[in-house]
Ligand binder design. Sequence first.
Ligand code: NAD
Length: 377
Amino acid sequence: MELFFPKEIREGETRVPLVPSIASKFSALGAEITVEAGFGASVKIADSEYEKAGCKITPDRKSALAKADIILRLSPPPGEEISATKKGAIHISYLDPFFNLERVKKLAKAGASAICMEMIPRTTIAQKMDALSSQANLAGYVAVLQAVNKLDKIAPMMMTPAGTLSPAKVFIIGAGVAGLQAIATAKRLGARVEAFDTRPVVEEQVCSLGAKFLKIDLGETGQTDGGYAKELTPEQLELQRQGMAKACAQADIVITTAQLFGRKAPVLIKSDVIDGMMPGSVVVDMAAETGGNVEGSKPGEEVVQNGVTIIGASNLAGCVPLDASQMYASNLFNFVDHFWDKEAKTFNLNREDEIIAGSLLTHDGEIVNETIKEKAG
Ligand code: NAD
């Protein structure tokens, strides 16, 4: 089988979906691996390193796309490249299906079997393929570093002959994968950390990292079978905002990570709360790209309001592209390896398997994922 990794061309993307150590593992499967020339430039990996790992290098993206049995990427494919692929080819990448249904329709029309990395079920067996988790983990770490860098003070407590500096106060909203890593990172830097999440199961995880869990009585909340937060009612959301206002006012850093799978992120910090924060404090909105948890935040930009810097996070994992690429490549490999028929040396698109059933969006000219099909009408 021919596997092709085209060069990432999305503006601002620094990550790549294959690194040489993982390319060797793909080669060991007995697959023919081709990467586009200049593939690793953003992570300073030369073509020759990929060659040493058993990859062919091609400058001809178009023919490689037309020939490949499996195309593996990080960013979703640009529209014009979808129709340029072989009918029946397997396509694996992020697809952002809830916010770009047209792309899914195009993939179906092209006869592609499109696997969506965001839709890989959050099950124990699929953890090693879970790119949402691997990238969110790194993003949580980067968010804290960016916030601390912007702060006019230090994170840890410092007792010196010149006086004692109190630790920075960090408030983290949403303690999923990114939030828990942000808590751990802020704790390692010596900050005093408080966190809140609507899923009650999270309290124990927050406390085990040495942070304090802010308790707000919202009535019944919870999580879906897939482990995602349930959407709050408007009344619950208002109660939450009121309950968090004091923690925000006292914080030097607020990091928001709250997401609702497949939907716009909830607005958790309104302008009046920003106005009540201390000048010089920093807010990182990790949900800026999915609608924003913070009123006024803009993805990829910094806004200053009332002396408070609001960082609209955008591709934070891309700030540590080497590790992010290593992890994403590993997620891709684990996915392919899991379904690889070692004797026939082919990928077995087993639609009975729950991982394929959850993540396969299009097949044989149709949209086959029920949720996406419903949305597409
Ligand atoms: P996510 O990115 O969808 O959301 C981030 C966090 O925001 C979640 O913890 C969510 O509860 C929280 N949130 C949503 N609305 C909120 C609100 N109004 N206020 C405060 N917080 C709010 O979630 P994620 O981090 O990708 O994953 C969530 C959970 O899924 C994980 O913590 C874990 O329990 C589970 N998970 C399981 C596996 C696995 O078993 N393989 C893998 C990944 C995640």
